[in-house]
Design a protein around this ligand. Structure first.
Ligand code: UGA
Length: 431
């Protein structure tokens, strides 16, 4: 099939490349000239394992190209996929400016019947608005559909090519037929719903996953006080199929470009229909506070942070990405600096993004994990990159000025620690 994908962010780029990989002809469109030029040169604007190789293969095979010309891409396509950003407005609502602009441009360009798909995460009712905006611009026939995206950063290609389910929200038989044909190489598990339910499925899924994380983090906080081990508790819970094992890893809370934004947006969506989503508000509140446990634990050991040097391992909101949006590391480092500490930070790939966000005379970005810990008074592990787990704790002990380790992701085990003299605080496990 012939596809135009509007927006080359995470969702647009990965979806476009994966659809090309399945044999479709794909044009990825973006307004930002530099991005399209970069992609044209074979450079990828985001860090995502395997993405560059897949782009190269499909560009070479002639199935994938990049363009700033939306009208041309729409003209040459059967299906147009909207994958532009929907960032948060200051009140938490999703900002639909880019969606509306793109819809108007699609409407002005349409030359024949098209199926217009929204993959961006949008509030319930947005696809109807998209349809109305397009209809204002054209007399051509078209149908709209909501096909929400469930990929995760860091495993985006694997998730896109092996989805648990595909949700197609549309009332049009033709759109249903085309989109089923497009997605059927990926899975048999295709659920067709009305448009509003599809839009809601995306928010409800992210809100539920965020709820699991805040729930297990609160259990972890209680475990610390009653002397239980949250990793064992989560395992024991997860064996119950009704609960499931995933998303029960206690830590310093969720970050990233999705859960924080989508939970806030769903609270706003509910508020607009006079419903207070109390549970989700608590999920957000618990998440916001969880990251400060790192500071509280440091202060419990060091007392005053003034003049201390704290090493930070991990800046990205999770491993295998350079994304630092809403990463717990941001507020943790800001708080350390406010309290007079010096910070030495290291991340395998997210340092340059982070250094554009925070620059401070007491904050040093390091080129290796060893450099970050050298002569530090304590180490805080904030992202569970594989290379951190691989270090010898005995070697680490020798590098730090004081053997203090706050493990925000439960990377190390009690057995490993017992061979060392570390003062070790993890999350929800006996110290
Ligand atoms: C999330 C969803 O998992 C995807 O299904 C969805 O498509 C995506 O948002 C989106 O809406 O675009 P993502 O934010 O990339 O994906 O990453 P996750 O792997 O879900 O992790 C989110 C955060 O939760 C991370 O900060 C991670 O450290 C944290 N987390 C995750 C935990 O603290 N504990 C867990 O058990 C799992």
């Amino acid at each position: 099939m012939k596809l135009a994908v509007i927006g080359t962010g995470y969702v647009g780029l990965v979806s476009g490349v994966c659809f090309a990989h399945l044999g479709n002809e794909v044009i990825c469109v973006d307004k930002v000239n530099e991005k399209i030029e970069m992609l044209g040169r074979g450079e990828v604007p985001i860090y995502e394992p395997g993405l560059k190789e897949l782009i190269d293969t499909n560009v070479e095979a002639g199935r994938l190209r990049f363009s700033t010309d939306l009208a041309d891409a729409v003209n040459k396509s059967d299906i147009v996929i909207l994958a532009v950003g929907t960032p948060s407005l200051p009140n938490g609502e999703a900002n639909l400016t880019y969606i509306k602009q793109a819809a108007a441009e699609i409407g002005a360009a349409i030359n024949d019947y098209k199926v217009i798909v929204t993959k961006s995460t949008v509030p319930v009712g947005t696809n109807e608005k998209v349809a109305a905006i397009i209809a204002e611009q054209t007399n051509q026939r078209f149908d709209v559909a909501s096909v929400p995206e469930f990929l995760r950063e860091g495993s985006a290609i694997r998730d896109t090519l092996n989805p648990d389910r595909i949700v197609i929200g549309t009332t049009s038989e033709k759109a249903q037929e085309w989109l089923t044909q497009l997605h059927s190489p990926l899975t048999d598990n295709i659920l067709v719903t009305d448009i509003r339910s599809a839009e809601m499925i995306k928010y409800a899924s992210n809100a539920f996953l965020a709820t699991k994380i805040s729930f297990i983090n609160e259990i972890a906080n209680i475990c610390e006080k009653v002397g239980a081990d949250v990793t064992k508790v989560a395992e024991g819970m997860g064996h119950d199929n009704r609960i499931g094992r995933s998303f029960l890893k206690a830590g310093i809370g969720y970050g990233g470009s999705c859960f924080p934004k989508d939970t806030q947006a769903l609270i706003q969506i509910a508020g607009h229909v006079d419903y207070e989503f109390k549970l989700l508000k608590s999920v957000v509140e618990v998440n916001q506070d969880q990251r400060f446990n790192v500071i509280r634990k440091l202060e419990a050991i060091l007392d005053d942070l003034q003049g201390k040097t704290i090493a930070i391992w991990g800046l990205a909101f999770k491993p295998e990405t350079d994304d630092i949006r809403d990463a717990p590391a941001v507020e943790i480092i800001q708080t350390l600096l406010q309290r007079g500490a010096s910070v030495k930070a290291y991340d395998p790939v997210a340092t340059s993004n982070f250094s554009r966000l925070i620059s401070h005379p007491q904050l040093k970005y390091c080129d290796s994990k060893e450099e970050a810990v050298a002569n530090a008074d304590a180490l805080c592990l904030l992202t569970e990159w594989k290379e951190f787990a691989e270090i010898s704790l005995l070697e680490l002990e020798g590098l730090l000025r004081k053997p203090i380790l706050i493990d925000g992701r439960n990377v190390f085990s009690e057995e490993e620690l017992s061979q060392t003299s570390f003062i070790y605080y993890s999350v929800g496990r006996p110290n």
